[in-house]
Design a protein around this ligand. Structure first.
Ligand code: AVI
Length: 334
């Protein structure tokens, strides 16, 4: 009965991007045959990787989540008051939706009910977090989309008329190359109706010691997260990577404003990947690039928002000035 009541307020749609297991194999084949070697960062987030990422968010060195949470808990009420009744909260890359609770609670307190539309590549995570939210908040309705952001945005409820607040939190924008970030945000802005808003979290440029510690934590959790990509190739594609022969590396390039994350081969070795029917040679010290995490100055954030056809309505930083949250509207908006 309870499950029925919950499921009456939940729909989960799966976008085409989730039904393509062969693309992982193709991307691994291309990435490991390349020079330099690389693997796309979206593959870090299988079920195991998503759970390890949740652990990263709680690490003492990983200031990003705590800083963003501080801003959200301080500002959620004011943000919710800025929207009329019937507004829709859309979240790109919702994960466990923990931080979003501040906004969900503030919208419910202000408007009584809320439509929440999370979009995430992990359908298992979407289902779990959606059911938890519905159990807690009786007047919440969820229309979740399992898929990549672009597909997810296409699959939003078309009858949705209310003003949308699109959340892009956690500095996920930093994992895009800077040109791709601008292209993605421009596409988003073009879809915006005049009353729609973007709330984007972006990690700020700062001293390299603080940033490097966040990606080289003492407990080795980020290393586990990164090396899980090789373990995933073993699990899903029949690879024989010996994880003890590789190590995680992350370093911050101050000028470029980005952390570059790699996996380094500790010796000369050959790895077989059965499902690809191929072997890959690694030299001692050879790197596989797995992720970039860009950092932004306030001026860089303003420039990208302007370039993408939006204007800043408000901008906040946390008390230590480590992280930023920016509310933007389409230039032609209200
Ligand atoms: C998801 N993203 C914002 C994280 C970041 O900080 O760039 C991913 C991450 N990679 C290693 N640690 C965290």
């Amino acid at each position: 009965m309870k499950a029925q009541a919950l499921s009456g307020r939940l729909t989960i749609v799966t976008a085409e991007s989730v039904f393509q297991p062969h693309t992982f194999a193709e991307d691994v084949a291309t990435g490991l045959a390349g020079s330099p070697k690389s693997l796309p960062c979206q593959y870090l987030y299988d079920e195991i990787g998503s759970h390890i990422f949740e652990e990263i968010c709680d690490l003492p060195e990983y200031y990003l989540t705590r800083s963003e949470r501080e801003i959200l808990s301080d500002q959620a009420g004011e943000i919710a008051r800025g929207f009329p009744n019937g507004a829709v909260l859309v979240e790109l890359g919702s994960g466990s939706s923990i931080k979003t609770r501040f906004l969900i609670e503030a919208f419910l307190a202000e408007h009584g009910s809320l439509h929440y539309d999370p979009i995430d590549i992990s359908s298992a995570m979407l289902k779990k977090s959606s059911l938890e939210l519905l159990e807690e908040y009786e007047t919440l309705e969820i229309h979740a989309v399992a898929g990549e952001y672009q597909d997810g945005l296409e699959k939003l409820r078309s009858e949705e008329e209310g003003d949308k607040l699109v959340l892009f939190l956690g500095s996920t924008i930093g994992n895009f190359e800077r040109e791709d970030a601008a292209r993605f945000l421009s596409g988003l802005a073009k879809k915006f109706a005049p009353g729609d808003r973007l709330l984007i979290g972006a990690d700020l440029r700062k001293d390299s010691k603080t940033i490097e510690a966040a990606y080289n934590d003492d407990a080795g959790t980020t290393a586990r997260f990164n090396l899980n990509l090789l373990a995933r190739i073993n699990r899903e594609l029949g690879g024989n990577f010996d994880l003890s022969r590789f190590r995680h590396c992350a370093r911050y390039l101050d000028l470029e404003g980005r952390v570059e994350i790699h996996i380094e081969s500790l010796c000369a070795q050959t790895v077989r990947v059965e499902l690809l029917d191929r072997s890959f040679d690694f030299a001692r010290g050879e790197l596989i690039h797995t992720e970039n995490s860009h950092k932004f100055s306030i001026a860089e954030i303003s420039a990208i928002i302007d370039l993408c056809g939006m204007r800043i309505i408000e901008q906040w930083v946390d008390s230590r000035e480590l992280f930023s949250l920016t509310m933007a509207a389409p230039k032609r908006g209200r």
